[in-house]
Design a protein around this ligand. Sequence first.
Ligand SMILES: [Zn+2]
Length: 447
Amino acid sequence: MKTVIMAGGKGTRISSIANDIPKPMIQIEGKPVLEHELECLRDQGFTDIILTVSHLGNVIMDYFGDGTKISPATGKPFGVHIEYYFEEKPLGNAGALFKIKDKLDSDFLLLNADSVFHVDFNRFVDFHREHRGLVTLFTHPNSHPYDSGLIITDQNGAVSQWLTKEDNRPRYYRNRVNAGLHVINPDALNLSGIDADQVGTAGENGKILKVDLDRQILKPLAGTGKMFCYDSPEYVKDMGTPERYASVCADYKAGRILEKNLKHKQKAIFLDRDGTINKYVGFLRNIDEFELTDGAADAVRTINRSGYLAIVVTNQPVVARGEVSFEELEEIHNKMETLLGKEGAYLDAIYFCPHHPDRGYEGERPDLKFDCECRKPKPGMLLKAAKDFNIDLAKSWMVGDGENDVKAGQNAGCQTALIGSKDYGQTVTVSSLKDFADRYLKQEEVL
Ligand SMILES: [Zn+2]
């Protein structure tokens, strides 16, 4: 599979760090960012590279050549095959794709060299092939969803809405942001209706026709069922400002970029919902009753910075009882993500069990009334998450306020923390989620 890397950005905001070199050549630990990215791709078998360059692109071309040269940083060959498209005049971030269209005859990876990433690309591509869409976006939660563009999907995982920063957003929404990595089928370019011959030429108004990837190619695919998103907790960060660059360098030194690659075993904090993240009100049926517990956002933020994944696992028999629909439950979870997001905290995933074993109640949904494998204290949700995210359960924790939580954690082989005072054989006892995060995470790993 070919990989196209857009390496033409000007990067003015970061010019205080590097004025005379293009942004992808900025170094992290003595090696250009772009070289880190090419190594990541090469090591996973993606060696057929097309770089689109413009501003100071000759610096990139001189350094990498056709990919057979020896790297000045490592003393070893780059080990990839590189072709270039040099933009004489600015074509917008996707204009070059139309100029190299004849080289793109099947699905390709399209990556942005302005961000730093370490991703299991084969896993991403497998997802794309399974879903048979024209485009798959790499999406993730971030610590500032309130001022980020948002991706909203339908029940099949197809993108239904693409909201930019400026668009009106729903009151409650899932924290899901486009990370700028894509698998694209060339038909998506054809569907855009853009005439390759016109790109870069003056239109009727005298303006040069440029192409914006998000606005002209991707956003119009929302709602067509042809674009999917791939949610991943792997490391993808923009380094567009001096502060972000500094934080990326610190992450690199600490090994955090590499370790988040899903090829490596992950560790998670599994979180119960009611009574742990939100205040306990019995069966929560009304979204207005959902309020975070004191310090919950603070605790989740600590988890986010600790290197653990934050994964909710919750029994919601209210669905089987017919008291809350799947749509209402989703809205409640959107409220949870929105409230956490306002405080810079995010969840990597939410798993819920909608089942209940006992039949015979008025209004119940018989299809959900059975003895399932996911209802805590069974470990089904934790085992599913472990499979989805390659989690080492023995290095993970289950935190909750009930016996079911402790037992589910034990049944999955995790360490366990009980919020409360009873003894169910838990590893540790704490007074709140925040107490757990303060005592067992902060000292261990802090940014
Ligand atoms: Zn279940």
